[in-house]
Ligand binder design. Structure first.
Ligand SMILES: NC(=O)c1ccc[n+]([C@@H]2O[C@H](COP(=O)([O-])OP(=O)(O)OC[C@H]3O[C@@H](n4cnc5c(N)ncnc54)[C@H](OP(=O)(O)O)[C@@H]3O)[C@@H](O)[C@H]2O)c1
Length: 263
């Protein structure tokens, strides 16, 4: 087992992603959009994977022209192993290789645990856990052939705490699964890829819109920072995980939550 060791270099160079190729699932909106932008700002070429977004092509064009990189959008459903596998292979054909997989797609729901139907439970698991795994697996098949690669999962603080007042056992369990999955893959794939998680706290995106607006005051009162983050406040952490700046970090879970998990 050998974790790849880059040469010592100026620290700003260690964060540089010039010439790298990154896939960002759910990369056309919310957190994934700012991750796509952040990686491109660091020099990476970007393949955005979207499911239902209508603006992915224009976003890819904007990212390409603003950052002088190559960017393109691909429609794919992460819940389908064959769909995401063929999409990743298409990206590699179009871009020549793959360096970084950001498995970020996710959905949320609010259901009392005793009331879940089988479909309500598995809808969450299919996107958040199965989809994250299928995305990482498709990338790892490329990484193993190449001998290098990097996976970053978007997990959540919900992997370790129980959010209130919302009832979301399926979401929380799916994210706990992602954190443990990342540890397993970090060990299994250490010869050819690093695997890490980023666990955001409350970030202002559409995913929170399923909850009553009044709950936001309650959430803020539980966060020492007393505010949510804007999506751009996460992008530096993704660049860190995806770059040589974190070359000895694998199986880690970076929590970015304004102190929410601490009290
Ligand atoms: N916002 C927060 O407070 C927060 C906190 C912790 C963790 N997270 C996690 O952060 C990640 C991004 O969420 P967000 O906050 O940016 O929410 P969002 O704005 O609702 O974005 C969700 C993303 O997931 C994609 N997606 C959903 N189902 C998909 C499928 N079947 N196949 C492919 N892509 C699919 C969507 O793509 P389309 O639009 O193309 O359908 C969209 O880009 C999620 O994993 C979420 O659980 C969010």
């Amino acid at each position: 087992m050998v974790l790849a060791q880059p040469p010592n270099q100026h620290v700003t160079k260690a964060f540089d992603l010039s010439g790298k190729v990154a896939i960002v699932t759910g990369g056309a909106r919310g957190i994934g959009l700012e991750v796509s932008r952040g990686l491109a700002e660091s020099g990476a070429n970007i393949a955005i994977i979207y499911n239902s977004s209508k603006t992915a092509d224009s976003i890819a064009a904007e990212i390409a022209s603003t950052n002088n990189v190559k960017a393109a959008a691909y429609q794919s459903d992460v819940t389908s192993q064959s769909d995401i596998e063929s999409t990743v292979q298409k990206v590699v054909k179009d871009f020549g290789k793959l360096d970084i997989m950001i498995a970020n797609s996710g959905i949320a729901s609010c259901v009392a645990a005793e009331d879940y139907t089988a479909d309500q439970w598995s809808d969450i698991m299919k996107v958040n856990l199965d989809g994250a795994f299928y995305s990482a697996q498709a990338a790892a098949r490329i990484f193993k052939q190449q001998g290098f690669g990097n996976v970053v999962f978007t997990a959540s603080v919900s992997a370790t705490l129980v959010n209130v007042p919302q009832k979301q056992a399926a979401y929380n369990a799916s994210k706990a699964g992602v954190v443990q999955l990342a540890k397993c893959l970090a060990v299994e794939w250490v010869d050819f890829a690093r695997v890490n998680c980023i666990s955001p706290g409350f970030i202002a995106t559409d995913i929170l819109d399923i909850h009553p607006i009044e709950w936001r005051e309650k959430w803020l009162s539980m966060i020492p920072a007393n505010r949510m983050a804007q999506t751009y406040e996460l992008k530096g952490a993704y660049v860190f995980c995806a770059s040589d700046a974190s070359s000895y970090m694998t199986g880690a879970n970076l929590v970015l939550d304004g102190g929410y998990t601490l009290p």
